[in-house]
Design a protein around this ligand. Structure first.
Ligand SMILES: Nc1ncnc2c1ncn2[C@@H]1O[C@H](COP(=O)(O)OP(=O)(O)OP(=O)(O)O)[C@@H](O)[C@H]1O
Length: 245
């Protein structure tokens, strides 16, 4: 069963095309990796699928809902960790989670229990009552990851899940992603960490010129790594900065 169906999606900013007839499906319970060079359109894809940005043409179904027609309905059902997002500087993590719990109409005790569990797993319990402006970038990332999963959504979009996290916490986040996947949660992650995508993803799409140049199951690669596949797909032949005279 498909958690996400994307059909002929196109999006331009002014006259510059970013997505061109992008078509794909993500099955329920998949960890789907969205790969591509800087500016390839990964964040734009997530923004269209989460109802933040309207597409020019094409359609998408997210858990059966159209993000253009019912963006609130989509956002209720999914979790999102957007790129470059921080928790509000003027709230503590605990206050922020209570705010998110309120917006998502979650039971107060349920939120308190989930927050304690995530703070324990990601090692930020001692920072729950510190203003977010005084948290490190990694601690802010832990808070943002927690809010994305707080309501135990069926589908979660994460832009760079491991950004700013130390190697110990990176391993714990990978464990958490695997745990959620084994319970049937669908996870879409956009990342430049090709090795992490190879480790975690059950499917990847490599965006080139607005559509997937390659779609594959990285676990099935035998002769080459996902990095090799990526480099071949984007064919990045750089010229020397200082050519031989
Ligand atoms: N609001 C906007 N207005 C105009 N151009 C935009 C806007 N948002 C993104 N773009 C452009 O669209 C292209 C795709 O951007 P996007 O952020 O989707 O790429 P990305 O694959 O996520 O890149 P990165 O890996 O660098 O984060 C870029 O050229 C970017 O400059």
């Amino acid at each position: 069963m498909a958690a996400i169906t994307v059909d002929g999606l196109s999006k331009s900013y002014d006259t510059t095309p970013v997505l061109s007839n992008l078509t794909f499906e993500v099955d329920v319970g998949t960890v789907f990796g969205l790969l591509g060079k800087n500016g390839a359109g990964k964040t734009t894809t997530i923004n269209v699928l989460t109802g933040i940005v309207p597409p020019d043409t094409g359609s998408a179904a997210i858990l059966g809902l159209d993000p253009s027609d019912d963006p609130e309905g989509v956002r209720e059902r999914i979790g999102v960790l957007p790129e470059k997002e921080s928790p509000p500087s003027f709230l503590t993590p605990r206050e922020y989670f209570s705010f998110v719990g309120g917006v998502r109409e979650l039971d107060t005790e349920y939120v308190a229990t989930r927050v304690d569990e995530w703070a324990e797993r990601l090692d930020f319990a001692e920072k729950l009552d510190t203003l977010c402006k005084d948290l490190s970038r990694g601690q802010q990332q832990k808070v943002m990851l927690t809010q994305a999963f707080l309501h135990d959504p069926e589908l979660v979009f994460i832009d760079e899940p491991l950004a700013n996290l130390d190697p110990v916490i990176q391993e714990r986040v990978k464990e958490l992603i695997r745990e959620f996947q084994s319970r049937g949660t669908t996870i879409v992650l956009s990342t430049h960490h090709v090795e992490v995508a190879q480790e975690l993803c059950t499917h990847v799409g490599i965006l080139v010129d607005g559509a997937f140049a390659v779609e594959c199951d990285p676990r099935e690669l035998s002769d080459e790594t996902l990095r090799d596949v990526f480099l071949r797909a984007v064919e990045d032949h750089s010229t020397p900065l200082y050519p031989e005279p």
